[in-house]
Design a binder for this molecule. Structure first.
Ligand code: IMP
Length: 446
């Protein structure tokens, strides 16, 4: 397992945290490459449950260096709270590093996020109100504050003063709202600095040297492919690049250094927030999936919209991410259904059947799913630990997804615990050789 990118293949919440935690067992480094505290990654083991928003899911493995890379927008308050909560639970954060290039989420970003949402009225995106969009907007407009600025009090004071001057005018004129005063923000952020300063470093060379020396590096995506700013269901997307290419942009690693891309997909589909969702089930079956899958947001607690698996969407995801395999999660949730359905195409209003995911969200809104019906399975499968222990119908379901997408399902997850997982194809070991060290290691094998 030299370098692996783990991406959400749908609209986020696919249980990437669990998959990353499992891969981290054999990893040297886990790198979170994008998004911010809008993400919620849940990791469960030994009867304990941890909810992470910013810290990589490799933090529970003592041999792993955990990196919050340059593409992440960091809310210091959330990060410090998360660090303290982990330490209180006896989890060491000694191996945690934060990129000096990462941008900082400020209180006015959170305020603007909420005000912009309110102004959108019925066209609300349904953001997490964590300030993500406004923080990335400042970054793109080249007026953001970066973690490097927090290392120097005078520099931080200067950039903060200039940001607040602009934001207070904007808030007053456009939203008739008050911006927090300099003393207030300074007072709040000053208390985070002693915790954060020792973590801030130039992470790009750390990741590069790990990759170059053949270390096993997992790049942890946040959100999901369909929430990507460029390739998702715009405008109902987040403001970052959850797709696999985001791992390169967000960490400073070139594409030739990526060996495998694992797309994490639920055995069904969910979405939070607004936007088109062709296979949504606003009915009893949808409620069944929601309750069995505990489909309530980790970050906001919102009930998630639930529906059947959509392989038009998954094929698109395979395309834009260059997926080498899927990890299929929450297969256990489908137990107990008489029949299960898989969307294999969309029907447009003029009757035309298409297999390509439309680039236009308005067209997507009009798409009717074309389903295949498969027999369901009655048995609970939470205790299954091997492929051949699965009911035949469940195996057929997974195989049909492989046939419809052309991508192997390498890993199956049948419950939230670390142990409720099994691998089917050793696609990670079979990844292409990228370094001489790795080549030597493999050639040394019998
Ligand atoms: P934002 O990222 O808070 O700006 O929200 C933009 C859209 O992305 C909204 O529809 C959110 O519900 C969605 N979103 C953001 N983060 C996540 C996530 O971690 N899981 C699922 N949806 C998310």
């Amino acid at each position: 397992m030299p370098t692996v990118v783990v991406v959400g293949a749908q609209w986020g919440d696919e249980a990437k945290g669990k998959v990353v935690d499992c891969l981290a067992q054999d990893a040297d480094m886990v790198v979170r490459y994008g998004g911010g505290s809008n993400a919620g990654h849940t990791v469960r083991f030994d009867g304990r449950e941890f909810k992470l928003h910013l810290i990589p899911s490799g933090i529970f493995r003592p041999q792993v260096t955990s990196i919050i890379a340059s593409g992440v927008v960091v809310d210091p308050q959330v990060l410090v709270e998360e660090i303290r909560a982990l330490q209180a639970d006896g989890v060491s954060v000694d191996n945690l590093k934060v990129s000096a290039r990462a941008h900082v989420v400020m209180p006015y970003h959170r305020l603007l996020d909420a005000l912009e949402e309110k102004q959108r009225g019925s066209a609300q995106i349904g953001t997490t109100c964590r300030g993500i969009g406004p923080a990335y907007a400042d970054k793109a407009a080249r007026k953001g504050i970066r973690m490097a600025d927090l290392r120097h009090p005078e520099r931080f004071a200067a950039v903060l003063r200039s940001a607040l001057e602009e934001k207070s005018r904007l808030l007053k004129l456009v939203y008739d709202a008050d911006c927090p005063a300099l003393e207030e923000v300074w007072g709040e952020y000053e208390q985070f600095l002693p915790v954060l300063r020792p973590l801030i470093t130039d992470t790009d060379p750390l990741v590069y040297s790990a990759v170059k020396s053949g270390k096993r590096v997992v790049f942890e995506g946040a959100q999901g492919t369909l929430l990507d700013l460029d390739h998702g269901t715009y405008p109902y997307v987040t403001s970052s690049h959850p797709i696999s290419g985001g791992a390169c942009v967000g960490t400073g690693i070139g594409p030739t250094h990526i060996d495998a891309v694992i797309g994490v997909a639920k055995a069904y589909t969910t979405r939070v927030g607004s936007g088109a969702f062709p296979t949504e089930l606003p009915n009893e079956t949808g409620n069944y999936l929601r309750e069995r899958g505990r489909e309530y947001g980790t970050t906001t607690g919102r009930p998630r919209r639930c529906g059947w698996l959509d392989t038009v969407l998954l094929r698109y995801s395979a395309q834009v991410n260059g997926l080498t395999a899927f990890a299929m999660t929450l297969l256990d949730v489908l137990s107990g259904l008489e029949t299960v359905q898989i969307c294999r195409a969309y029907r447009l209003p003029d009757g035309q059947v298409v297999e390509q995911f439309p680039s236009d969200s308005v067209v997507l809104q009009q798409c009717e799913p074309v389903y295949e019906q498969l027999p369901g399975w009655k048995e609970e499968i939470a205790d299954v630990r091997r492929w051949d222990e699965l009911p035949e119908e469940a195996k057929r379901y997974v195989q049909r997804v492989e046939e419809l997408t052309g991508v192997p399902v390498a890993m199956v997850s049948v419950g939230p615990m670390r142990t409720q997982t099994f691998w089917r194809h050793n696609v990670l070991e079979d990844a292409p050789v990228r370094s001489l060290k790795e080549l030597a290691r493999r050639q040394a094998l019998p």
